[in-house]
Design a protein around this ligand. Structure first.
Ligand SMILES: [Zn+2]
Ligand SMILES: [Zn+2]
Length: 175
């Protein structure tokens, strides 16, 4: 009797697929989805190895990166025919992103509905935080600078009229 494998990731309970939730098998033969392994790796203090959350065994990462871990071919064979070709994914650990690198040539219409990047969290450290705040300040300044002149003129006129009206109301109320 052949047992059907678990078609859900044991960490996130999502259905395995051929994009970000590709079933990846560790050396201990436990299988998890690529997204969960990427999330664990981003938070890990040992970026070169993955510790299995079930049995704690270590699996060294391939030189070419996390997405090059072996696919679980048994799980894949139970997925729908449209998911038999696995997407080529790039893992950018510093940015905490999974990105679709190449769509398989046989990809069906599904391609349009698949997002091209996935956030898997930020690596530990404050650099990311600081960078983000700086970015927000810069973008606010850019918005003001890019504002068309007529729009800025109208806005300042509105402000001036408001101030004058307020003064008039205060004066008339005093009398
Ligand atoms: Zn998962
Ligand atoms: Zn394991």
């Amino acid at each position: 009797n052949k047992f059907a494998p678990d078609l859900e990731c044991a960490i996130c309970f999502c259905q395995f697929n051929n994009v970000f939730n590709t079933p990846k098998v560790l050396q201990c033969k436990h299988t998890f989805c690529l997204e969960c392994l990427a999330r664990m790796n981003v938070k890990s203090t040992q970026p070169d190895t993955i510790q299995c959350p079930l049995c704690r065994a270590y699996t060294p990462l391939p030189d070419l990166g996390l997405p090059k871990l072996a696919n679980d071919s048994t799980v894949l064979s139970y997925l729908p025919a449209a998911m038999q070709h696995v997407y080529s994914i790039r893992f950018n650990r510093n940015k905490g992103k999974l990105q679709v690198k190449r769509v398989p040539s046989s990809a069906p219409a599904l391609t349009q509905t698949v997002s091209q990047t996935l956030d898997v969290g930020n690596p530990a450290g404050l650099e990311g935080q600081r960078g983000r705040d700086g970015g927000r300040e810069r973008s606010l300044l850019m918005t003001v600078l890019r504002m068309p002149l007529c729009k800025a003129f109208i806005m300042s006129m509105v402000a001036i009229v408001t101030v004058i009206l307020t003064i008039v109301i205060i004066i008339t109320n005093r009398k």
